[in-house]
Structure formats: structure tokens, C-alpha cells
Ligand binder design. Structure first.
Ligand code: TRP
Ligand code: SF4
Length: 404
């Protein structure tokens, strides 16, 4: 079993909503593209999550998945760097969800803010279902299944990462205590060799007796460096440092995605529900029309009326798309009434169109050959399955369900 370093693993999921817009691109996908070079990344389509709210109408899910994944690929997500898959194609998510459900207090789920919020907001749906209540736990299973330490999410999802940490802690507390834990940890320590064992014991003693935090971190690093011990022993040694049991499911952290950089056409956050989006691969004509019609500072009734960029959604687009020199030109022209709004919009229009041309070109081979996408997702699911299997084997063992 190869060692997994949770701090180097990133996992994130997106519901299959079909084609994405520029808000997704600037807010989420560009971040994923960057992360895929720095971490071991798993990105998946959360199709079971879609069922928690859209169980009445499931027929669009496959097409929405296909369209969304093409947008991922066209944005620069590289299946050679990141593992891309569909949640329902890795059934291990369901097994871990079930096992965790046995030890998850109802109150924890009822307290998640999105539970009441969504029930109140989505009044056209009956969300008094078992699946909807369990949705944050399904998300916990998604994360813990891969022992992902880093989870890029927006602010609305932070509560779900928090409950995941609580679940992991509870799981480790209940099932991480093997009856002979001390003995196993001591013998794992010996396996590191004389010198490392001695150092480990003295650092552990320093931490347990006088709270030497730096010593704890050194000892953790020492354990992680060990090449010749099993993953199980490594986890025992990490757990033993703090006097607890074995860490079977490591606690993840939220990698908070910056607040939406991309405004919508009306200056609010770009979102389908506000009807203010520009599609990632929208036709150029339609993009130009939308941008030309976009509202500007209402103070600029006539060309001779000066404006205030801060009161104009076009300015926010300049902040995303324009270089400093163009921004300076727009600001000066706006406040002095030296340029008209259409003139001011032109560099933004050009930049959006140029960005989209690239994305559309990268999407084309996948559009022409949908089997390419299917095979990327199939390969991803196989890879994900391998990693998931390792965690589940340990989880089953810890729970006394390995039948060997
Ligand atoms: N719940 C997330 C959303 O609605 C999607 C999601 C599902 C997810 N599982 C996840 C995100 C695991 C991060 C990690 O946006
Ligand atoms: Fe907005 Fe530019 Fe018009 Fe000023 S000149 S109001 S920044 S579009």
C-alpha cells in the first residue's frame, strides 16, 4: 500500500449543472487548473448530490455531466494531471456514506445551515427526505474516501467541511482504538530503526509532558519520512504522538475560493438564478449583444455627463479583463466624460471574445467525439476506485467487518 499524504491531496466536486458560465471559470475552474499542478487532485461530478434536490427529474443528468466536463477540459483541466470522474461510477462513496451514517448524530445534520435554508428557498420541492438530510454526510464520505486534506470550496460550503472534520474525529475516536494499540505503536516505533525510534520517543515525551508543539511537528515529519514502514504503522505512530488512537480518516481543511471575482451583467454575482450570465462557450454574437446592452453608471445619461467607475458593472469587468493601462484609460475617460460607454466597453468585449475563442477551440475535439469524454471519465473512475478501495479496506478492518 502506497503512503498517502493528505496534505498533498485535493478533492472537489461540482453538481452536474450542464454548461458553465464565466463566473465558474474565473471563480472555480482557474483555481482548479492551478491546483492540478501543485497537488494530487481529484475532481468529480457530484451526480448523487444532484439527486438530493432533483430526484423528481433525473433525465437531464447524463447530458449535463457531459456538457460540464467538456467545459472543465476546455478550461484547461488536464486528465493527465488530475483524476476526473463521476461520483455514481465509484460506488465506494455509497458504502462509506452508509457506514458513516451509523455513527452520525441526527442533530449534527439538522444543524447544517443549508438544511433549513434550502428547504425554505426551494419551496417548489419537497425536501423533507432522508437523502436531503444526509447530503452533507455524503459530501463527508466523498472527501474522507480519498483522505483528501484540502478541499477547495466557496464560503457556502464551509459548514460541510466543518461537519466532515467532526465526523472524522468521531470515527477515529470510536474505531481508531485497537485493543492492543500501545503495543502495536511501540513495535511500529522500533521498526523505524534505533536512531529514529529514540528521537521519536523523546519528541513524543516532550509533547505529551510539556506540550512542545514544535517537537510534535518534528515527530510528525519524522514519521512521514519513513520509507520502510506500512501505512497502518505510520498512522499508528501519528496517532500515538498525541496519545489518541490511529488516524484512519484524516481531517480535511477548506481551501477557501476567493469571493466571486466575476460580476454578472448587472454587477451582482454571476449566477444562473439571476439571469445575468455569459456562457463559457456562448456564441460571439450573443456575447457582444449582451455586453453592449449591459447597464452602466446611471449618472451617465448624456455623453457629457461624467461617471463613477465604482458604480458601473463594466468597471468590474475591466478589473477582471484589462491591463493597468487600459484601466487607467477607462477611469480617466469615464470621470472626465472623455469617452462614451460603448467605447469603454470595447476592450472588455475584445478580451472576453478572445478568451472564449480559446476555450471553444479546446472544447471542439470533445464535442465532435463524445467518446473521448466518456473514456476520460471511465479511466478516472478506475483510478479513483483504487484509492477509495484502500481507505475502505482500512475502514472495514477498523469496524471489524473485514471477514478474513
Ligand atoms: N456540495 C457541493 C456543492 O453543492 C458539491 C460537492 C459534493 C463537493 N461533494 C463534494 C465539494 C466534496 C467539495 C468536496 O457545490
Ligand atoms: Fe461604466 Fe465605462 Fe461608462 Fe464609466 S465609461 S459608466 S466605467 S461603461
Amino acid at each position: 500500500m502506497s503512503g498517502v499524504d493528505p496534505s498533498q491531496r485535493v478533492l472537489s466536486g461540482m453538481r452536474p449543472t450542464g454548461r458553465l458560465h464565466l463566473g465558474h471559470y474565473h471563480g472555480v475552474l482557474k483555481n482548479w487548473v492551478r491546483l492540478q499542478h501543485e497537488y494530487e487532485c481529484f475532481f468529480f461530478v457530484a451526480d448523487w448530490h444532484a439527486l438530493t434536490t432533483h430526484y423528481q427529474d433525473t433525465r437531464g443528468i447524463e447530458q449535463a455531466t457531459q456538457d460540464m466536463v467538456i467545459d472543465w477540459l476546455a478550461s484547461g483541466i488536464n486528465p493527465g494531471s488530475a483524476t476526473l470522474f463521476v461520483q455514481s461510477q465509484v460506488v465506494a462513496h455509497a458504502e462509506l456514506h452508509l457506514l458513516l451514517s451509523m455513527m452520525t448524530p441526527l442533530g449534527w445534520l439538522e444543524r447544517v445551515p443549508s438544511y433549513k435554508d434550502q428547504q425554505e428557498k426551494l419551496t417548489d420541492k419537497d425536501l423533507t427526505t432522508y437523502g436531503f438530510l444526509g447530503y452533507p454526510l455524503l459530501q463527508s464520505a466523498d472527501i474522507l474516501l480519498y483522505r483528501a486534506g484540502q478541499v477547495p470550496v466557496g464560503a457556502d460550503q464551509v459548514a460541510h467541511i466543518e461537519i466532515t472534520r467532526e465526523i472524522a474525529r468521531r470515527f477515529n475516536h470510536i474505531y481508531g482504538r485497537e485493543p492492543d494499540f500501545e503495543e502495536l505503536a511501540e513495535s511500529a516505533c522500533d521498526k523505524m530503526g534505533k536512531k529514529a525510534a529514540k528521537l521519536y520517543r523523546s519528541l513524543r515525551k516532550g509533547y505529551l509532558e510539556s506540550g512542545d508543539q514544535e517537537g510534535l511537528e518534528r515527530a510528525q515529519a519524522l514519521v512521514k519520512e519513513q520509507q520502510n514502514i506500512t501505512l497502518a504503522d505510520r498512522e499508528r505512530l501519528i496517532g500515538y504522538l498525541e496519545g489518541t488512537g490511529k488516524v484512519i480518516l484524516p481531517e480535511p481543511q477548506a481551501l477557501l475560493t476567493e469571493a466571486a471575482k466575476m460580476p454578472g451583467l448587472d454587477g451582482q454575482k454571476m449566477s444562473k438564478s439571476y439571469g445575468n450570465t455569459i456562457g463559457l462557450r456562448e456564441e460571439a454574437d450573443s456575447v457582444v449583444t449582451k455586453l453592449k446592452r449591459m447597464p452602466t453608471d446611471p449618472a451617465r445619461v448624456r455623453l457629457s455627463d461624467p461617471g463613477t467607475p465604482e458604480k458601473c458593472p463594466v468597471w468590474q469587468f475591466h478589473e477582471v479583463y484589462s491591463e493597468q493601462s487600459v484601466q487607467d484609460w477607462a477611469r480617466a475617460g469615464c470621470t472626465s466624460a472623455g469617452i462614451g460607454c460603448l467605447e469603454c466597453k470595447q476592450p472588455v468585449i475584445d478580451a472576453v471574445i478572445a478568451e472564449q475563442e480559446q476555450i471553444i477551440a479546446r472544447a471542439q475535439p470533445y464535442e465532435e467525439n463524445p467518446d473521448m469524454v466518456r473514456s476520460i471519465l471511465l479511466e478516472g473512475a478506475e483510478k479513483a476506485e483504487d484509492d477509495a478501495r484502500q481507505t475502505l479496506t482500512e475502514v472495514r478492518q477498523a469496524m471489524g467487518l473485514s471477514y478474513r
